[in-house]
Design a protein around this ligand. Structure first.
Ligand code: ATP
Ligand code: ATP
Ligand code: MG
Ligand code: MG
Ligand code: MG
Ligand code: MG
Length: 259
């Protein structure tokens, strides 16, 4: 396109390219999802439909942006990990955060009816998004450990809180008071003694959050030439509900962090 006298305004754009040779994390988080979950009558403490929808959206992002190595999600948030070598959008922060959050949000709305059958979207949900760089593999693992520890703390609290409210006859204020200043072992004890819940037996998807990685799977395809059915191995974004703090996870999936 021909240069116009207006072209100079482009130089007002600032360089926001992220530090080279660092892990890039893009974290998205639902805007006002406390209210959104109430407006759409999410089951408490965990609405499985909402988690499945979040995981579906994370997979959609990974199917479109092939550089993403892993995504970790819990509650209304998801973190997407780009490897150090990624040069997507020349590592421009605004391009990366906006593209990830936009693909995620568009899929959230598009797939809503599939996951929330007979529940109308009352208003358009939105997500915020940020980019952070981590220089070392240890930093990256500590970041993911931080999010999974957050998942654990919140889920233990929420599971106990909602047991007290839904099955213990307490009001929300009373439940909050009962848990004020309590330690982790106190919550385990309340769950076990009052509600016969062994917290360790709560489904892993709630306790550990969801980690989406590209796992090899056999897929069938129709050959364009012969029209015959064939199978091949393809790496498909898949959710696992494992402990990502422990070294075992990184030993098991060694391709994620090759030496
Ligand atoms: P902000 O806009 O600052 O992020 P927020 O209301 O979204 O505010 P968060 O700290 O992000 O606050 O918390 C998200 C809230 O969404 C949770 O506290 C919980 O109430 C609700 N929520 C998210 N996912 C689920 C789910 N699967 N089941 C039930 N509730 C959920
Ligand atoms: P990128 O991802 O780099 O932005 P792009 O394909 O979106 O690639 P753009 O330069 O943003 O490229 O151009 C948008 C294109 O979308 C236009 O060239 C045109 O083909 C199409 N388009 C957008 N709006 C309309 C419209 N209202 N009617 C017809 N075509 C449109
Ligand atoms: Mg937020
Ligand atoms: Mg939120
Ligand atoms: Mg949140
Ligand atoms: Mg465009």
């Amino acid at each position: 396109m021909a240069n116009s006298k207006y072209e100079y305004v482009r130089h007002f754009e600032t360089d926001d390219s992220l530090l080279p040779n660092t892990w890039i994390i893009i974290r998205i988080d639902g805007k006002g999802f406390h209210k959104f979950s109430q407006s759409h009558k999410f089951n408490k403490p965990n609405d499985r439909r909402a988690i499945d929808l979040m995981n579906h959206c994370a997979k959609a992002v990974m199917k479109e942006l092939h550089d993403i190595m892993l995504a970790y999600g819990q509650s209304d948030e998801f973190s997407f990990v780009f490897p150090k070598w990624s040069n997507l959008y020349s590592r421009r922060a605004s391009k990366l955060v906006s593209t990830v959050v936009s693909i995620f949000t568009a899929n959230y709305v598009l797939a809503w009816p599939q996951f929330f059958e007979n529940v109308c979207l009352a208003y358009a949900p939105s997500f915020d998004s940020r980019a952070v760089c981590y220089p070392s593999d240890q930093n990256l693992r500590d970041y993911l450990a931080w999010r999974q520890a957050d998942c654990h703390i919140n889920n233990l609290y929420n599971t106990t809180f909602w047991s007290l409210v839904l099955n213990g006859g307490k009001s929300e204020q009373e439940a909050e008071k009962a848990l004020c200043g309590s330690f982790s072992k106190d919550k385990h004890e309340i769950l076990f003694s009052d509600f016969q819940i062994n917290y360790n037996n709560v489904e892993a998807i709630y306790r550990k959050g969801s980690t989406v990685i590209r796992l090899p799977q056999e897929v069938t395809y129709v050959s364009a030439k012969t029209k015959e059915l064939g199978t091949r191995i393809k790496k498909i974004p898949t959710a696992v509900f494992e402990d990502i703090i422990s070294p075992e996870f990184w030993d098991k999936y060694q391709l994620l962090l090759p030496d």
